[in-house]
Ligand binder design. Structure first.
Ligand SMILES: Cc1cc2nc3c(=O)[nH]c(=O)nc-3n(C[C@H](O)[C@H](O)[C@H](O)COP(=O)(O)OP(=O)(O)OC[C@H]3O[C@@H](n4cnc5c(N)ncnc54)[C@H](O)[C@@H]3O)c2cc1C
Length: 487
């Protein structure tokens, strides 16, 4: 008889786990609280416009390709994607504009041309990021949660002996400031801390591996937008016989003598041999596990940042903008000081502007664009969000008008807003954090919640709130680790 597994949540990690276990001939059932798959990977349609609501950057596509191969098919049958020739256009307050090209040599030459930074410095930096990635990724990303074996492995020993190369004793910012003359390039590379909701002035320099993913391995974009990743994965899972139940929140994980025996939905037990949870680990403990299980200490750790996003239907086209654009703050350190110390939003925040209609023509009517305008904000601690949002909206519009040379407000046909409260409510992400716990300390990588616990047999944890962390590639890695762990 086939073994059975119930999966709680159809976020990217839940979908990946469903495909992996279906490929191993498990009978897989997914219960999802919302009416669609994808979780944070969402989509809003409105009168000829469509916005991806969450992730917008796609790296390490091999991790998705692998799922389709396991399903006995090819990703391109379901989802096509392209490598970006121009990853991001950076705008600075002093009027400088830098194109971060996908080709590392072109990017290095552009940095020399615009910022006067010797091209060799950029190449050396990216080589160094590659080296850190190669030394650490098998240990910190693709490895199951740390056990004695990890520390005795050859890979760990190799990384340990070259620890000085990992930049783990300095912050990302200090490591970057050492390697570049141009403060603009330091800021550009500091920004990668925000890819997992961290602070470059506190996160260890080892996190500079993130730029390796984008600049050496490449940044990609699905031809039908980011949401097509969730739809394509759901479709292949359907074909493999995975059963999805939408609008069906799981109420409890059923346990028999500390062994998971199924899930409770609508008061009814759905038995299974295994249970995999893709929901935020905080809410899993608080709502679905037995009383007394809540690991208070774990949840005292610092959370990653959240986001304030305006989704604007824009009644114009801006040829000077790209798919991904950054309008940098003039004082990056102050911006992070506000996030960290004041749990508030600086008056000149760095604005990320993502326009999927630059690549997906169907995402906006002709002559118009779909803007996703995002700034980093603190996690939800009950701040007065309405006034923070009102003030930030004014600051963002001023900044955009200043840098783009056009008044933006009159061009906005429609607006949707996401803030830490709504992100928390719609994706059950504790305090609205985008990436689980922050990576602001040297020990963060070792202290994420594991993917399984000895005390709960048959229960596994995947997704951005557990090891190895948030972001699509790491969520996919968590599904792979769990797959390897289930014997
Ligand atoms: C605004 C934003 C921008 C981001 N940008 C990027 C980016 O550019 N690149 C990148 O790689 N990552 C990005 N991320 C992070 C990335 O989206 C997440 O790390 C990832 O999508 C999390 O996936 P997950 O599988 O952990 O679960 P989630 O997406 O959090 O999904 C969990 C699912 O579980 C469901 N659920 C919760 N409780 C229950 C229950 N009781 N019963 C049943 N179902 C339940 C939820 O409804 C949800 O569908 C971004 C996130 C946000 C919000």
């Amino acid at each position: 008889m086939k073994k059975t597994v119930n999966i709680v949540g159809a976020g990217i990690a839940g979908l990946a786990t469903a495909i992996r276990l279906a490929a191993r001939d498990y009978r897989v059932t997914v219960f999802e609280r919302s009416n669609v798959p994808g979780g944070k990977l969402g989509s809003i349609p409105w009168e000829g416009f469509r916005w991806d609501t969450g992730p917008s950057l796609f790296t390490l596509p091999d991790l998705v390709e692998e799922l389709f191969l396991l399903a006995g098919t090819e990703m391109k049958t379901f989802i096509r994607y392209q490598k970006l020739d121009l990853i991001t256009r950076y705008f600075y307050e002093d009027g400088k504009i830098l194109n971060a090209y996908g080709d590392p040599q072109l990017f290095a030459e552009e940095a020399e041309r615009v910022m006067g930074e010797p091209a060799g410095n950029v190449r050396k930096y990216l080589d160094h990021s590659r080296e850190i990635y190669e030394l650490t990724s098998d240990i910190f990303i693709f490895n199951r949660f740390f056990r004695m074996g990890t520390f005795l492995s050859q890979k760990f020993l190799k990384a340990f002996l070259r620890a000085w190369k990992l930049d783990s004793m300095v912050t990302m910012h200090d490591a970057n400031a050492r390697r570049f003359r141009s403060p603009h390039l330091v800021q550009l590379f500091d920004r990668y801390a925000t890819y997992n909701g961290s602070d470059p002035y506190r996160a260890p320099g080892t996190l500079n591996i993130i730029s390796h993913l984008e600049h050496n391995l490449g940044a990609f974009f699905p031809e039908q937008g980011m949401y097509s990743l969730a739809l394509g994965m759901k479709e292949v899972a359907d074909q493999m016989g995975v059963v999805f139940h939408f609008n069906q929140p799981v109420e409890k994980v059923a346990m028999q003598r500390r062994e998971a025996s199924g899930v409770v939905v609508n008061g009814e037990i759905h038995p299974s041999d295994l249970v995999v949870s893709d929901m935020d680990i905080f809410y899993l403990y608080r709502d679905l596990l037995e009383d007394g299980a809540f690991p208070v200490k774990h949840f005292r750790k610092e959370r990653s940042t959240s986001a304030l996003i305006f989704y604007w239907a824009i009644d114009a086209e801006f040829p000077g903008l790209e798919l991904h654009n950054i309008l940098f703050s003039d004082d990056y350190r102050e911006e992070f000081r506000y996030l960290r110390n004041k749990k508030a939003i600086y008056r000149d925040p760095t604005v990320y502007l993502f326009i999927s209609s630059k690549m997906v023509r169907g995402d906006a009517p002709a002559g118009k664009e779909n803007w996703y305008v995002m700034i980093n904000v603190p996690e939800n601690l009950g701040q007065d969000w309405d006034s923070l949002i009102e003030q930030s909206r004014k600051n963002i519009l001023n900044k955009m008008g200043r840098i783009l040379g056009t008044e933006i407000e009159p061009l906005i046909l429609k607006e949707f807003v996401a803030d830490p409260r709504t992100i928390e409510a719609t994706t059950s992400s504790h305090r609205g954090s985008l990436y689980g716990n922050s990576s602001n300390s040297r020990t963060a990588a070792f202290s994420r919640h594991p993917n399984f616990l000895r005390k709960y047999r048959g229960l596994y944890f995947v997704g951005g709130s557990v090891h190895p962390g948030g972001g699509i590639p790491l969520c996919l890695a968590s599904a792979k680790i769990v797959d390897q762990q289930i014997t």
